[in-house]
Design a binder for this molecule. Structure first.
Ligand SMILES: *Cc1c(COP(=O)(O)O)cnc(C)c1O
Length: 429
């Protein structure tokens, strides 16, 4: 597989190199030189395969002969060892539940696949994973890499801006997992990570790799569940399919668009955000004007400078799609709460991120369409808000109950690169 740097076309790397490096020169994102395209016959055949088999085909179609299919299959088997569920909510709307993995959010798909690939790379060289999280990536990455030999993991998160349970899930592990609460917001954390990747000495000495959704291995892994969702739908519901994606850094939506570019029948996607609405405003007004990030109930989407956006623009250009084909919508906290309540009254317990996606889908779905909204986290992961909103006490799933009373090992730093740099040398070498 060949990928090129979106900021410098002449920088081309292999899949393994892109996974290892995360970002290219000038913090450019890697983008596949070729996107595999399925014909109708192939697509029909793939949709009949089981999840693991089909996912191996999808990933192999990108990776090519760099990693043999059997090895890719083995990684997929280890990574995707939990179910995903399409749950009908209304006559023409279903929830795609992506949160049945070990850390109860869809980030498990990308995080676990990436860990499998990196474990192979790290077998002959120690590496350091540096990543920023708005809450759920941290958990997925920490659990996927916990106790892996030759791997040190450093996770930055915005202090006091993730939920206490999110924090418990990944800041209580210790050993090769180092967590830092940064005094700032997620965009600050993301900026620090980017600065680290611009630091050639640091990068070389620590063998730095990022596990953010900018990492191509995570993105490719996420393509797989869009195919599985369609495979689980009745054939008559596949024709006019609309998928609503609750978006922050826009990795999830990018993966969905790659699936469509490969030939998966999706009529249109909806980019659903909270009031951190840089992309919806850009789509309706044509101007890229990030505001200060605002803290909301759907905190994993509190991102005002979404990293993956250049990939989406490139994909639209290459596919000759028009950006105005991308539907969009914004939901504030008050409406999010109302929507969680509405869904609860239908007997469906959701959490703020998924509710944002449902709200916009419900409002925009046409009579002849079938809608899927991505449920990206387990409601118990946002228990504090959800309990309050629906005036109930949700039970704690075992994965969370186990960690709820453990001490937190996090370090604390201001959003200052010089201090982070020092920390990295102390803890990762
Ligand atoms: C990360 C996350 C999102 C946003 O996904 P992106 O790929 O960053 O757009 C949405 N919901 C939850 C629960 C998340 O953890």
């Amino acid at each position: 597989m060949k990928l090129y740097n979106l900021k410098n076309q002449s920088e081309q790397v292999s899949f393994v190199q892109a996974v290892k490096q995360g970002l290219g020169q000038q913090q450019g994102l890697f983008f596949p030189l070729n996107i595999p395209k399925l014909n109708d016959e192939q697509l029909a055949k793939w949709l009949q395969c089981d999840f693991i088999t089909r996912s191996s085909y999808i990933l192999s179609a990108y990776i090519g002969d760099e990693i043999p299919l059997e090895q890719v299959t083995e990684c997929v088997k280890q990574a995707f060892n939990f179910p995903l569920v399409v749950r009908p909510i209304e006559e023409n709307i279903a929830s795609l539940e992506l949160y049945h993995g070990p850390t109860l959010a869809f980030k498990d798909f990308g995080g676990r696949f990436m860990a499998q690939i990196l474990a192979q790379i790290a077998s002959n060289q120690p590496i350091t994973i540096l990543t920023a999280t708005s809450g759920d990536t941290g958990a997925a990455v920490a659990h996927a890499f916990y106790r892996l030999k030759n791997v040190q993991v450093i996770i930055l998160y915005p202090k006091n801006k993730i939920t206490p349970l999110q924090e418990k899930l990944f800041c209580t592990l210790g050993e090769n997992i180092h967590t830092i609460a940064i005094k700032g917001d997620f965009d600050d954390c993301q900026r620090l990570v980017k600065q680290a990747f611009d630091d050639e000495e640091l990068k070389r000495l620590l063998c730095l790799t990022s596990a953010n959704s900018i990492n191509i291995s995570r993105l490719l892994a996420q393509i797989c569940y869009y195919f599985e969702a369609v495979a689980q739908l009745a054939v008559e519901n596949r024709q006019q399919l609309v998928i609503s994606v609750p978006s922050g850094n826009f990795g999830n939506l990018t993966a969905g668009l790659f699936a469509k570019a490969m030939g998966l029948p999706v009529k249109r996607f909806i980019a659903a955000t909270n009031v951190n609405d840089t992309v919806p405003r850009y789509l309706s007004e044509g101007k890229w004007l990030p505001n200060q990030t605002i803290a909301t109930l759907s905190n994993a989407m509190d991102v005002s400078q979404p990293n993956n956006w250049p990939r989406i623009e490139t994909l639209f250009q290459r596919q000759k799609w028009e950006l105005d084909e991308l539907s969009h919508g914004v939901v504030d906290d008050r409406m999010t709460e109302k929507t969680v309540q509405q869904l609860a009254s239908k007997g469906y317990i959701s959490e703020p991120h998924s509710a944002v996606a449902y709200r916009i889908l419900r409002d925009q779905l046409q009579d002849d369409e079938y809608g899927l909204f991505l449920s990206t986290a387990h409601p118990a992961k946002f228990k504090q808000s959800v309990d309050r909103i629906i005036a109930k006490t949700l039970p704690l799933p075992a994965a969370l109950a186990k960690r709820a009373n453990l001490p937190i090992f996090s370090h604390q730093l201001p959003a200052d690169f010089a201090l982070l740099r020092k920390f990295l040398f102390m803890h990762a070498t």
